[in-house]
Design a binder for this molecule. Structure first.
Ligand SMILES: [Zn+2]
Length: 74
């Protein structure tokens, strides 16, 4: 299932995660692979998804497929 590959040029793994940059909030969101590629999002294999680190001033939010939505209330 799935014919989407990790975006890393040297990587030949299938993508398991979708990474999305939110430039406004300076958040990198990593979650389960989206059904369709979206603008500003990148597909990553589990290996590269776990190795992704946030640039200075950014934070990474990882959302597993299990429901663990951090709701701090707004
Ligand atoms: Zn990869």
């Amino acid at each position: 299932m799935g014919d989407r590959f990790c975006v890393k040029p040297t990587c030949r793994n299938y993508a398991d995660f979708t990474l999305n940059y939110d430039y406004g909030e300076r958040v990198i969101a990593i979650g389960p692979l989206l059904g369709a590629p979206a603008q500003g999002s990148y597909d990553l294999c589990s290996d590269h998804a776990s190795k992704t680190t946030a640039p200075k001033g950014w934070q990474i939010v990882r959302s597993a497929s299990s429901r663990s939505a951090p709701d701090t209330g707004r």
